[in-house]
Structure formats: C-alpha cells, structure tokens
Design a protein around this ligand. Structure first.
Ligand SMILES: [Zn+2]
Length: 213
C-alpha cells in the first residue's frame, strides 16, 4: 500500500521465510515460497515501483541501521512490538503498530508520536480478551503459533492493514490526528472504539509510579 502511494525507501526486517501456510493471508504468492520474506517482499515492491529502494534484513529486530521517518510494527508479537517501541521512544521515531486478536476479527492499531505519546507500552488492556478460535478442538493439525484459516481471513487482514496504512499516512502528512488506539470488529455488526490515553508509562516518561513488580 505504501509503495503504491509513492513511498520509495523501505527497510524490511523479518527473520522468517515464506511458507505455503502464509499464502492465504499474504500479498505474496506461490512463486515466493521458500524465500526469506524480506527478499520476497523486496522483489514484490520493485514490481510495484522500479524506483523503490529496499534494504532487506533477514533477521530478528535489533534496532535499525539508519533512523527512519516512521516504523510500522506488523508483527503480532507483543515481545517484538515492545522492542520496536523501545527503539522508537529512544530515537524519537513515530511508529504505528498493527495487529489482530483471536481469529482476526478484531484489529488493534496503536500510533506513537514522539513527545506527544502515549507509547505502545502505555496501554493497559482492560476487560476480557477476545476468545481464541475453537479450531484447536476440531482440527488435529492445529498449530497455536499460526493464525487460523477461517473463511474471510484475507479480507480481515486487508482491512487491518488499511487502517494501519491510513494511520501511517496521517502521521507522515501531519493530517488530522489519528486516534491513538483503535479496536475494531471486522465482522458485521462492525464496531469501532477509540481510546485516549493521558498517563505516560515508565518507557516513555520518567514516571515510574505505575510500574509493578
Ligand atoms: Zn509509554
């Protein structure tokens, strides 16, 4: 989406390879199976715009060689998002985190704008977490590390990605401030909730009062 919109410099960080199991929820197709995801995406982005310059780092996130204008966290891993958040806060880089919950019906988009905050770690999830899929009881090959293969998944992923994309454009263009947290049900009846977070956490401020051991 960013390449189609004219962004021409990307640094991609991911240690995984493209697997057949990814294809149902990925923009890449069969031609790329077996390749490192970042190398495959580099090829894909060059097809969209030949002027695109891509630095492909086939490794786990461990900071970035150059300070970027913005970071997109697309990991669905709280541990990795925490690493990205720490880098973003430390280096004053805006970031947009996008992820889905449960069987991907609920999307969460968190934007971080340096100095303004809040950061990714400021958010404390309240209430019941979305229930996980029942597939583990019915599918003998169920793998809890992989997203379930329910009908409509690609549409859910595209809607989540679209919200994250719009948040990135909002920050890059300093357009109307994008809500810092969006929790949205991607299935009918569609539901949108946004939250404001005033208090800053110990990661993005020097206030340690909310830290618990
Ligand atoms: Zn914070």
């Amino acid at each position: 989406m960013l390449a189609k919109d004219g962004v021409e410099m990307f640094t991609l960080v991911d240690a995984d390879k493209v697997e057949a199991a990814n294809l149902k929820r990925h923009v890449l197709d069969r031609d790329y199976v077996g390749q490192p995801k970042v190398v495959a995406m580099k090829g894909h982005l060059r097809k969209i715009n030949e002027r695109v310059r891509v630095s492909a780092l086939s490794e786990k996130f461990n900071g970035l060689p150059e300070k970027p204008d913005i970071i997109c966290g697309c990991t669905d891993s709280l541990a990795c998002d925490s690493l990205i958040n720490a880098y973003a806060v430390q280096n004053g880089v805006p970031a947009v985190f996008g992820g889905v919950h449960g069987d991907a019906h609920t999307v969460e988009i968190i934007t971080y704008v340096p100095a303004e905050g809040p950061c990714f770690e400021c958010w404390e999830r309240e209430g019941e977490l979305p229930q996980p899929t029942q597939e583990k009881y019915t599918n003998p090959d169920y793998d809890s590390t992989k997203m379930p293969s329910q009908q409509g998944l690609w549409g859910d992923v595209l809607m989540a990605a679209s919200l994250q994309f719009q948040a990135v454009l909002g920050i890059l263009g300093s357009r109307e401030k994008f809500p810092p947290l969006v929790l949205k049900s991607l299935r009918y009846p569609f539901k949108l909730e946004t939250y404001d977070q005033g208090e800053r956490c110990a990661v993005c401020s020097s206030d340690f009062s909310r830290l618990t051991a």
